[in-house]
Design a protein around this ligand. Structure first.
Ligand SMILES: *Cc1c(COP(=O)(O)O)cnc(C)c1O
Length: 394
């Protein structure tokens, strides 16, 4: 199997897996217990917190463990809205192409009376920091903008946005789930108040993540119960997962330069070869982009059919097409960068990892053009375009 869906999730690293094993065995204490078994667990928990904090430039007491990226995003928005409400502020700024964990959460807050500004990300998939500045009002209680997009991999000007928010006194959250472990992140250098991360996107286990919250920024519990995580998130800690996450992040940061250089080389080989397919288009900026992200659209095909035929060849890929995601509209990300519906439907995302080999990329390079040609031959729309009845869009 050729796995090219690493933005969806990643394979666990051997080291992380091994680091977790003792917690399914001898180290089973509850970190809240005062006895020895509990204190051993507590020590390991705090060591993991320290590791994660230091790897993103945070202080240890600024890290809150959660069940993953979605929960971290929810907790960040909840906290900012709660303090916003207390202070009489109800305006949130975000972009048009955030992850569903942000988009759907904000929709709920809109129903509760919050006003949300969705900023343009233009054709290159990058928000303008000047637009953030222009959108800030007296009532703004939160700016939430992702560090890197999960579909097209574009990297946002986080440091600049952070600086603007800091100067204006507005809380700045970033969903960095795609970025942490893949590109350099330093919450202090980048002026970030809150940051979400998730272990399974950097070769750690699923179901565990963290929210960084800068000291002085209020964070409110929305899961009530015990006093875990400084009273902000009740529930017995997932120690095995947390230790696995810390181990995986350490490994990812240590290997980052080497891995990203290799991924970039292979990814560029994909772009170079697959952009030879006529009537195709690269989606998102090529420079300000995650090293492992490839995204292109091919006119006259359905992404879903492409994914299924690639899967028959043993290649795991994704598309921003409708049916794969269970809705009629194509991905909001591809629409946000101005793609017409029919072009957005014919998109292909390939995301690499440290485990991706050149041989796998070569096989993909030979499979995709054949499948695109095959699908175009069967497409009535493509037929009309070829006959000149309908015009090509790209
Ligand atoms: C995967 C992802 C999430 C959700 O993280 P989970 O740990 O799966 O809940 C949120 N935001 C982005 C950008 C992601 O890629």
């Amino acid at each position: 199997m050729i796995y090219l869906d690493n933005a969806g999730t990643t394979k666990m690293s051997e080291k992380a897996k091994e680091a977790m094993l003792p917690y399914f065995d001898n180290i089973y204490g509850n970190a809240s217990s005062l006895h020895e078994a509990g204190q051993i667990a507590k020590d390991e928990l705090e060591k993991a917190r320290e590791t994660i904090a230091s790897l993103i430039g945070a202080n240890t007491n600024e890290i809150y463990f959660t069940s993953g990226g979605s929960e971290s995003d929810n907790l960040a928005i909840y906290s900012a809205c709660k303090i916003g409400k207390i202070r009489g502020k109800n305006h949130i700024i975000t972009t048009k192409f955030e992850h569903h964990a942000i988009m759907e959460t904000l929709k709920e807050y809109e129903k509760l009376g919050f006003e949300v500004t969705y900023l343009d990300v233009y054709e290159n998939g990058i928000v303008k920091s000047q637009d953030v500045l222009n959108a800030i009002k007296d009532t703004t209680c939160l700016v939430t903008i992702m560090t890197a997009n999960n579909e097209i991999g574009t990297i946002q000007p986080i440091e600049e946005i952070g600086k603007i928010c800091r100067e204006k006194g507005v809380t700045f959250h970033t969903d960095a789930v795609q970025a942490v472990g893949h590109i350099h992140i330093d919450v202090k250098e980048m002026n970030i108040d809150m940051l979400s991360l998730s272990a399974h996107k950097f070769h750690g286990p699923k179901g565990v993540g963290a929210l960084y919250v800068r000291k002085g920024i209020p964070v409110f519990s929305y899961i009530f119960g015990g006093s875990q995580e400084n009273g902000r998130r009740a529930g017995t800690e997932n120690i095995a997962g947390i230790v696995g996450m810390a181990c995986a992040l350490k490994e990812s940061v240590e290997e980052m330069e080497e891995v990203s250089n290799r991924e970039k080389k292979l990814r560029d080989k994909l772009f170079e070869n697959l952009s030879k397919i006529p009537h195709s288009k690269i989606n998102g900026d090529l420079e300000k982009r995650l090293p492992n992200n490839f995204n292109m659209s091919f006119e006259g095909i359905e992404g879903e059919s492409l994914i299924l035929l690639l899967s028959d060849e043993g290649i795991c890929a994704t598309s921003g097409s409708a049916c794969t995601s269970g809705s009629l509209d194509p991905s909001h990300v591809l629409l946000s960068i101005g793609l017409k519906h029919e072009i957005a439907h014919g998109s292909l995302r390939l995301t690499l990892s440290k485990y991706t080999t050149e041989e796998e990329i070569d096989k993909t390079i030979s499979a995709v053009p054949k499948i695109v040609e095959y699908l175009r031959k069967m497409s009535p729309i493509w037929d009309e375009m070829e006959k000149g009845v309908k015009e090509h869009v790209i």
